[in-house]
Design a protein around this ligand. Structure first.
Ligand code: NDP
Length: 250
């Protein structure tokens, strides 16, 4: 077995300024990687890099903007030399509406960030991986790719789309040395779910439907990502690890 270590490797983590992305960046640094985080706000990027400390760097980029992602890919090569690992973590879920009340612009916003953003980052950073014949991409999807969430059609469609994209990329890239996998979190305590977690009725419903009867911490997402990014997962591509307290099993 290859070791579960990222010693000597380099990584880009999108949405790394807080929540799950920040915890993943910290886990990767602890596992020995050098990590560049990206998110839209320069101030949040700078604050997160300061928190992460040695081995961390950052770049402000919006994953839904092609020109930002071209600049991110260039900055990553400038800072890290080459990128071994890409974690497509940036994601949003800003609307809580049934489809009949959803504006096209709202649908498009979620698809642009959660689905097209993954395509743009994968294409831009995957290029260098293909040229070097090695790389690992880990997409942060969701239980929403497997179970219908109420008032979340665009979010579910985008996350299921990313998992389908990973299978297709595996057909295209696995023989060329680039592995593409997913980690599907259950409910995790972050800014994204703050409203939900603060609502006793909604939180209770989630706890009831989760065999482990609790929400996760962001730190609990890092282990599966580090494993999939490491050489210990050298024969794994197109797979999804659910880190969901058993929710998809119900
Ligand atoms: P948070 O809202 O806590 O953090 C989101 C991160 O993404 C921030 O760093 C934010 O920074 C960044 N971001 C948002 N939009 C963009 C964009 N357009 N371009 C670049 N960066 C962006 O979310 P979580 O940590 O909770 O979620 C992380 C991922 O995990 C998402 O993909 C989410 O869908 C997924 N997930 C989360 C679950 C949960 O329960 N929390 C459950 C299942 C999946 P900034 O605002 O500065 O851009």
């Amino acid at each position: 077995m290859g070791p579960v270590t990222l010693k000597g490797k380099t990584a880009v983590v999108t949405g790394g300024s807080r929540g799950i992305g920040l915890a993943i960046a910290r886990g990767m640094l602890d596992a020995g990687a050098r990590v560049m985080i990206a998110s839209r706000s320069q101030d949040s990027v700078d604050a997160a890099v300061a928190k992460l400390g040695a081995g961390a760097s950052g770049f402000a980029a919006d994953v839904s903007k092609e020109s930002d992602i071209a600049a991110l890919a260039e900055a990553a090569i400038g800072e890290l030399g080459a990128v071994d690992i890409l974690v497509n973590n940036a994601g949003i879920n800003p609307y809580y509406k049934r489809t009949e009340h959803t504006e096209l612009a709202e649908w498009q916003h979620i698809i642009d960030v959660n689905l097209t953003g993954v395509f743009l980052c994968t294409r831009a950073i995957g290029q260098g991986m293909l040229e070097r014949g090695k790389g690992a991409i880990v997409n942060i999807t969701s239980v929403a790719a497997h179970q219908g969430l109420t008032r979340g059609a665009a979010y579910c469609a985008a996350k299921a789309g990313v998992e389908a994209m990973s299978k297709s990329l595996t057909q295209d890239w696995a023989a060329r040395g680039v592995r593409v996998n997913n980690v599907a979190p259950g409910y995790v305590k972050t800014d994204l779910t703050a409203g939900l977690a603060a609502n006793d009725a909604l939180r209770g419903e989630i706890e009831d439907r989760t065999p482990m009867t609790r929400l996760a911490t962001a730190e609990e997402m890092a282990g599966a990502v580090v494993f999939l990014a490491s050489d210990a997962a050298s024969y794994v591509s197109g797979a999804t690890i659910a880190v969901d307290g058993g929710r998809i099993a119900t």
